[in-house]
Design a binder for this molecule. Structure first.
Ligand SMILES: CC(=O)SCCNC(=O)CCNC(=O)[C@H](O)C(C)(C)COP(=O)(O)OP(=O)(O)OC[C@H]1O[C@@H](n2cnc3c(N)ncnc32)[C@H](O)[C@@H]1OP(=O)(O)O
Length: 161
């Protein structure tokens, strides 16, 4: 039901097909898992189909090895009118024990869309405890920083032709 579950975890094993020439999981595979978890989290919160509008601040902290169990945690940390800011962290470890280490974290912004692909309103998420208020405030500060980065990036976006 929309507006109920703001967090979820995807859990699976890193397979040989996910590994790069150096024997570790591809950064691109990790980014795909992050996008899937962000989608599932945003779709669950909004009750609508969602698309990725922004992914940023990705940090690969430690590698993931083939055969590791991987947990991708996603949670809504801010909602706008049609957007949901989702914080993600990826943890991995040997499935034979319970120890997991942080491998990657980032922020993804998803937008709910209607059948015509137009942005569509989402339920508001209101932080209650101190930790969630900190996350919401951080999302607001990041929004402000992104405006400045976006203006700087304009120089790199050349019109086709
Ligand atoms: C299934 C998939 O994952 S598809 C993967 C790739 N993703 C895509 O192809 C999406 C391509 N982008 C689009 O189609 C369009 O940008 C849309 C439909 C998402 C949004 O269209 P826009 O004309 O930008 O709509 P609009 O200006 O109303 O913005 C909608 C929301 O997105 C947010 N948004 C738009 N661009 C950005 C951005 N660069 N960074 C952060 N948020 C953004 C806006 O702040 C707004 O949020 P709010 O309603 O909570 O205030």
């Amino acid at each position: 039901m929309a507006g109920k579950d703001r967090a979820l975890t995807l859990r699976f094993l890193a397979e040989p097909a996910d590994v790069n020439f150096g024997g570790k999981v591809h950064g691109g595979a990790v980014m795909k898992w992050i996008d899937l978890a962000a989608y599932a989290c945003a779709a669950g919160w909004s009750g609508k189909y969602c698309i990725t509008v922004y992914a940023g601040g990705i940090r690969f902290v430690q590698p993931i090895h083939v055969g590791n169990i991987v947990e991708v945690n996603a949670k809504v940390i801010y909602t706008g009118t049609t957007s949901m800011h989702v914080a993600l962290d990826v943890r991995a470890g040997d499935p034979k024990d319970s120890e997991r280490h942080l491998t990657t974290h980032c922020i993804v912004i998803m937008v709910a869309v209607d059948d015509g692909g137009k942005p569509s309103e989402v339920p508001e998420w209101i932080p209650v405890d101190g930790e969630d208020i900190k996350l919401r405030d951080s999302a607001l500060r990041l929004m402000d920083m992104r405006k400045r980065i976006g203006a700087e990036m304009e120089a790199h976006v050349k019109p086709a032709g």
